[in-house]
Write a protein that binds this ligand. Structure first.
Ligand code: ATP
Ligand code: MG
Length: 330
């Protein structure tokens, strides 16, 4: 069990009578990027705040970097870096001052501090903003500075609560690169997110969390494979005929009409089945004009395991993915 750096057992946290984290257990291996993926209010921040000692441990147990959360919170604090969900930078300090202050707070010797600041400003590409006040930074720059601050003390684990919330798509992608870079240099990363693509592209393993519970944990492809179904969208010269022809074909479990085409739900690898579908239709005089193969996405995975779409707000509207999940599957 030497390569486990976070081990959590039966963690629970209540606010009054409300249970925000409802008995979660999971472990993170040294060197991993591990994500909690879940909607607003799932309990992600509460869990991360307990693990980083900001909230008192109420129930359950956790070991982080070899220390017990109940008995050695101070040791844990020394071993980790944290980036909070909300921006927490003093507006009237410069980038350099933020990092310098943090290093001093943690008792880093002056020379080591100065060297580390240069290293980190370069890592997050803020060298030219060294003396800029944080209030003059863009949202993405602020986030990068917070990551640099979180890394100042060379933590064994970096906790990132919604690292790219509110950033534009391009900046988010660059942020993922920084996070991967930090991880390549040996830091284990624990992050929370409600972005499907972020969990999918960034993490080695993902726990889907909802209503304070972990619903499933796995690698992105493992979770997708559990769905075991691909979708094929076809437009043809005669959709009704095509529907009749394909109705009894092996491997196709459902056919639906959608706008100008058909959606086939296939219960085997769609890339293998597609050529025979095309051939089948062609020999019976139906021409295929458009084809689109869709592998299950992280959204589909989420809908499958939670029974709902992940959205910030607003009513849930049915979609292909949602109706797939409602059908239930073997
Ligand atoms: N200080 C608090 N007092 C009472 N209830 C709280 C408090 N903080 C959070 N909650 C509730 O606990 C639940 C979990 O909140 P939490 O912030 O952990 O969720 P989250 O997954 O981080 O959500 P988000 O994606 O919006 O950041 C929510 O229902 C929230 O309203
Ligand atoms: Mg949160």
């Amino acid at each position: 069990m030497n390569d486990t750096i976070i081990e959590v057992q039966g963690l629970e946290h209540r606010y009054g009578n409300f249970t925000a984290v409802d008995g979660i257990s999971f472990s993170v291996k040294k060197g991993e990027i591990f994500s909690f993926l879940g909607p607003n209010g799932a309990g992600k921040s509460t869990a991360i705040n307990v693990l980083t000692t900001l909230l008192r441990l109420q129930k359950g147990s956790a070991r982080i970097a070899g220390f017990d959360l109940a008995t050695s919170p101070g040791k844990i604090r020394e071993s980790i870096g944290i980036v909070f969900q909300e921006v927490t930078l003093d507006r009237d300090m410069t980038c350099w001052e933020i990092l310098e202050f943090h290093g001093r707070l943690y008792g880093m010797p002056r020379d080591e501090r100065r060297a580390r600041i240069d290293e980190l400003l370069s890592l997050v590409q803020l060298e030219t903003k060294k003396d800029a006040l944080t209030k003059h930074l863009s949202g993405g720059m602020k986030r990068r500075l917070e990551i640099a601050r979180g890394l100042m003390t060379r933590p064994k684990v970096l906790f990132l609560d919604e690292p790219t919330i509110g950033l534009d798509p391009q900046t988010r992608m660059r942020m993922w690169e920084y996070i991967k870079q930090v991880n390549r240099e040996g830091t284990t990363i624990f992050l929370t997110t409600h972005y499907m693509d972020e969990a999918d592209l960034l993490s080695d393993r993902i726990s889907i969390i909802d209503h304070g519970k972990i619903i499933i944990t796995g690698r992105s492809w493992e979770l997708k494979n559990m769905l075991g179904e691909d979708l094929i969208y076809l437009e043809t010269s005669d959709n009704d005929a095509a529907k009749d022809i394909l109705r009894d074909m092996a491997g196709i479990s459902e056919i639906r009409t959608k706008s100008r085409g058909l959606i086939l739900v296939v219960n085997e690898d769609g890339t293998r089945l597609l050529p025979s579908i095309m051939e089948h239709l062609r020999t019976r005089g139906v021409t295929v004009t458009t084809v689109n193969l869709k592998k299950p996405s992280m959204d589909d995975v989420f809908v499958h395991f939670t029974g709902k779409e992940l959205r910030d707000e607003g009513p849930e509207k049915p979609s292909v993915a949602a109706s797939r999940s409602r059908r239930g599957r073997k």
